[in-house]
Design a binder for this molecule. Sequence first.
Ligand SMILES: [Zn+2]
Length: 274
Amino acid sequence: MKEYSLDNIIIYKFDKLEEFDEVLHFVSTRKGGISNDCFSGLNTGFHVGDDNFRVLQNRRMLTEALGIDLMNCTFANQCHTSNVAIVNDSGRGRGALEKETALTNTDALVTNVPNICLGVQVADCVPILLYDPVFRVIASVHAGWKGTVRKIAGETVYKMVYNYGSRPENIIACLGPSNGPCCYEVGNEVVREAGSALGSLKGIIRETGREGRFIFDQWEANVRQLKDSGLKGDNIELPGICTQCNSGMFYSHRKHNGMTGRFMAGIMLKKRRL
Ligand SMILES: [Zn+2]
């Protein structure tokens, strides 16, 4: 993935999605924006205790810099489920101006409607953007350890296949900045739940040498899940940017002891020219 500067706002883009002119996508950072203190920078999360006006201004500045209308952005309320929502015209703008209107009980969004930007907000959890260039279907996924264990990425691929006829071997998947295997420590409860849900934890859970503390590789767990769903390894982009190691650029829940903002990843099908 590559870094871009839009005036004073810094965003990143995935190499594999940049190949498609009909798709607009981005991953925002802390750089730019008007939030202060622990939220300092371009916080896009309404739900973290920041001033709502500043968050709204940040979202306006970001979308304006990207050339999209904030009212065309749709957000889920992200509560660590494996629930996937299909977004149609009536879902346009849900959660754009306030958290109360975000789609409830949902952690992934799928659409084939042009000009709707599907957003996911994170600070350590894995943001995943999906695109089927054949049937032109997009998705955004929020996968923390719970969502990963509940197989939200696999469920999203399934929805694309079931609702739109996508073939998994055509789908591109990109995993954004998140807590990497260099840093992401978990306790026994995560290992237990992961073991019963994912089966083999070889390459996913690593011992730290300290009692009851393990490394959970949520990147590998999601890549494996996407491959199990039929995606080709060549169609999966994993830039390997760890939020905890790069907390100056990205918000990190762990690094900042839970008091921090959220950056966002977004994907939108551009309106087709007539
Ligand atoms: Zn790290």
